[in-house]
Design a protein around this ligand. Structure first.
Ligand code: SF4
Length: 332
């Protein structure tokens, strides 16, 4: 797939393009388990894309593969970033890209922060590791904490993580990611551990900062409800593959894949009684035991003969597509 993504009438240049990206993990001495299976996608400059799926769908490992964070994972395919294939870089070259080109924030800020280091030192550390002088690194740490709305940031440079609330800690983690001025931020379930009010604040903040900086964001979540207000495009993942890709408004208005249809049906509505909440029956297959044909077929109420035998491919046309034989059939 080599499409450029379009938004508000103009074509975006791809910032990052994954082509046939595959992630294999060794299981025991001889077995290899394929966690991410041959996926291709682009993220445009400044684009906000959500990667959605149930736990175990492969979304976090996909994101970590873009940054080559898992030393035990075997990666294949290509990941082009600004004209360089990240998978062919040496570890030393790749470590320079982390933070300065691509940065990541995780779900639980407390597990990421060092309780024994001041906030100022932790935010400045990314720059210090790249040879920036102490005073300059602190000045830039202060500027980014200010930008992210940390109250009395100058004073709080000397505070420790336990002196911050959950929402403020997530701002600090975001500051650590942004201080190196990356072009792509990967946010892995960054709001999951927060209460709903703080979730909204963090999403608003991400929205502001990505617009102001022209920052592309890959937002990973299992919660389709979060996607609607933040992302421009959504990729739905199931059993290690991207099974739907489209503009958020198109996917919400007309989901093509039965799995996406189920996920959207399962988003709770304010006028809905708890007893009528929809859930997709069954569970995703283990990566080591995917069924033949479409991996969703055991859970799909629209399956037919072809689904048991043939793996459907994702074809994106006019910025929307799904890996489902029903969609292929409609296209003739
Ligand atoms: Fe369902 Fe078949 Fe489409 Fe898979 S390919 S989602 S089983 S209809």
């Amino acid at each position: 797939m080599n499409k450029t993504t379009s938004l508000e009438g103009f074509e975006r240049q791809p910032l990052i393009s994954a082509e046939n990206l595959t992630v294999d993990i060794a299981a025991g001495k001889t077995n290899i388990v394929r966690i991410v299976d041959n996926i291709s996608f682009n993220i445009g400059v400044g684009e906000r894309v959500a990667l959605v799926g149930e736990s175990g769908s492969g979304k976090s490992l996909t994101a970590r593969a873009l940054m080559r964070l898992d030393k035990m994972a075997r990666l294949s395919g290509r990941v082009d970033f600004d004209g360089t294939d990240l998978l062919s870089l040496s570890e030393r070259e790749m470590s320079r890209k982390r933070g300065s080109s691509i940065a990541m924030v995780f779900q639980d800020p407390m597990s990421f922060l060092n309780p024994l280091m001041t906030i100022g030192d932790q935010v400045a550390e990314t720059l210090r590791l790249r040879g920036v002088g102490k005073a300059e690194a602190r000045k830039r740490a202060l500027a980014v904490l200010d930008e992210l709305g940390v109250d009395r940031a100058a004073e709080r440079l000397n505070s420790y993580p336990h002196e911050f609330s959950g929402g403020m800690r997530q701002r600090v983690v975001l500051a650590m990611a942004l201080v190196g001025e990356p072009k792509l931020l990967i946010a892995d379930e960054p709001t999951t551990a927060l209460d709903v009010r703080v979730q909204d604040q963090v999403l608003d903040l991400l929205d502001d900062v990505s617009t102001r900086r022209g920052l592309a964001v890959l937002f990973i979540t299992h919660d389709l409800g979060v996607v609607a207000g933040f992302a421009e495009r959504v990729m739905v993942m199931y059993s290690g593959r991207i099974i739907e890709d489209g503009d958020v408004s198109d996917v919400f208005a007309e989901p093509q894949h039965p799995y996406s249809q189920g996920l959207i049906k399962a988003v709770p509505r304010i006028d809905q009684e708890l007893s009528t909440l929809f859930a997709i029956p069954g569970a995703p297959p283990l990566p080591s035991a995917r069924p033949d044909g479409c991996p969703f077929h055991p859970r799909c109420d629209q399956r037919f003969d072809r689904c048991y035998k043939e793996l459907p491919q994702l074809h994106v046309h006019n910025n929307h597509g799904a890996a489902c034989h029903l969609v292929d059939g409609k296209r003739g």
